[in-house]
Design a protein around this ligand. Sequence first.
Ligand code: NAP
Length: 270
Amino acid sequence: MGEPVDLAGMDLGIDGDAALVTAGSAGLGLASAEALAREGCDVAVCGRNEDRLEEARDRLDQLGDGAVRAVQADITRKEDVEAFVEGTVDAFGGLDHVVTSAGGPPPGSFLETDDDHWYDAYDLLVMSAVWTVREAHPHLADGGGTVVHITSRSVQEVIDELVLSNAVRRAVIGLMKTLSHEFGPEIRVNAVLPGAHETSRIEELVEAAVDRGDFDSYEEGLAAWGEGVPLERVGDPRELGETVAWLSSDRSSYVSGVSIPVDGGSTRSV
Ligand SMILES: NC(=O)c1ccc[n+]([C@@H]2O[C@H](COP(=O)([O-])OP(=O)(O)OC[C@H]3O[C@@H](n4cnc5c(N)ncnc54)[C@H](OP(=O)(O)O)[C@@H]3O)[C@@H](O)[C@H]2O)c1
């Protein structure tokens, strides 16, 4: 109870579908791409760093029978996003599932955050999703499809020192809700709100805390991140990925316009 389980083998009925994940060369985006690949989807991911893309391609290649694309693209550049979507449609012969992820905006308080930070965060978190969905829409509408936005639990409960995440990500939730109305019945649109998951971002923060002497070991530092979480641990990225795969499948066929926290129960608001 309360531990990650191996869900491989639970057939979601999306075998042979085509999926793309923005910023999917690592972390939660990659975990989502992996879950879709395990289900037999053709999967495309993008990111900026070539070594990371190569590693992601190797991991995805080992998971399913579907085709894999790992494409260099910066999602803050409209032309990169459009080329990623169009290249994927050409390569896979269509598109059924879109997952939008992104990097994290820099931390900081309101007074530490200047105009450039705000505009950069808007491009990274909001416009990347706008460009991706706009370009993907005709292909998703043709035969039906799904969109899942990966955002953060900060859209339900503000987090200290994360003004950009707290404020800018809410636009993605407004977008998601609007699209769920505009795009039905052909396309379902939902969001997942991760709490703390053990991706490279958190690994680096824990390692830095250990180096500073705040903790004796990585395990102790990681456990501290789980304090206050009802399930008493940080999440495994696979647990977020499995939720994304479920929302992309017909197993969630009457679910649209929702934001699902995947946070071990840590969000207190209802
Ligand atoms: N992990 C958590 O616990 C957690 C919790 C709540 C919310 N989130 C949010 O969920 C999202 C994913 O987080 P994560 O932990 O998976 O991060 P991560 O492990 O750092 O991975 C981020 C991914 O995004 C890519 N990326 C970043 N900027 C990009 C850009 N401009 N263009 C294309 N790709 C880009 C990175 O590749 P390149 O750097 O090579 O481009 C990498 O593949 C972030 O918005 C994060 O703030 C994470």
